[in-house]
Design a protein around this ligand. Sequence first.
Ligand code: ACO
Length: 335
Amino acid sequence: MPNHLIQAGILGVGSYLPERILTNKELEKMVDTTDEWIKSRSGVKERRIAEPEMSTSDLALRASRKALENAGIGPEELDLIILTTCSKDMIIPAGACLVQQELGATRAGAFDLEAGCTGFVYGLTIATQFIATGAMKHILVIGSENLSKVVNWEDRNTCVLFGDGAGAVVVGQVHAGEGVLATKLSAEGSGWQHLYIPAGGSKMPADPLTLEKKLHYVHMNGKEVFRYAVRVMEEESLNLVKAANLELSDIDLLIPHQANNRIIEHAAKRLGLSMDKVVVNLDRYGNTSSASIPIALAEAVETGRIKAGDNIVMVAFGAGLTSGGVVLKWGERQG
Ligand code: ACO
């Protein structure tokens, strides 16, 4: 290992969204809801839904191929694959291993990471450590979700909010002064029952009764998650900016977890940011959980919204309850 830390950053980005669009109007025919309620309470207008035969690792694979191409590296150059998700293909094995096989990333270790919607920033933080110490050179961090397969389509409290998709980044060495400037990981386990899938694991193995009671689907106390989100999105953002030795006026772009417009607008206001400095795509994709930040990042890069030298704050909250974020200075080589 080198006796100095190596600067880690993002070398390439990619995303994949399924083609099928499910609009609020269509949802009006499925559950007791309205387009107006969904738009005004959450900001979501439509979301993407993966094909029945398409798994979380299939979505991840598509986003990963684009990220590798964008970074200009081959799969055999990857040292590690971290798949962040809360809608795994199977309980065993990790979906990251299926991605590793399909990519032909034969040298790479592979594991899944579950931190709810905060998964991607957890994964990016872990990848940063391996690059910084020189232990690894290239790490693929993916956020991929197939939430349409784990929500109860008869529960209007949850089914209107979520969507499917995947985003991926390749993490590696960047120039000094660029890349990851600060990271923060937090959890409040006392709130775990506010957002969970009760059955299907060792706490409540799936049986005919759990299936009948639909306990293998997402259960959420929306009000409690909302209260937590409003608090931590502000706290985490302010602490991250400080940890990166930046002033609020130095922030060029906020990429928040895409769960609810009202949560995002509150965070932006507290940071003194106008909404033109905030990436929002939840109107088109809904809440894609751990995929939401890498999808938004990839789109911002592809549309030229990010330029070299920009200070970017990525901040998230999710099941766990968890929260955290990453501050990046975008460099010439990045994306
Ligand atoms: N259509 C119409 N009415 C609805 C719907 C719907 N789809 N869903 C709920 N309602 C009703 C409720 O039943 C309630 O009716 P009641 O007063 O008769 O009981 C009423 O609307 C108001 O509900 P509230 O919960 O007060 O609405 P709120 O303003 O809190 O918005 C929402 C609800 C959008 C869920 C909000 O609480 C929220 O966004 N919470 C955070 C959720 C979140 O971000 N979850 C993802 C976390 S990330 C992860 O790890 C996966």
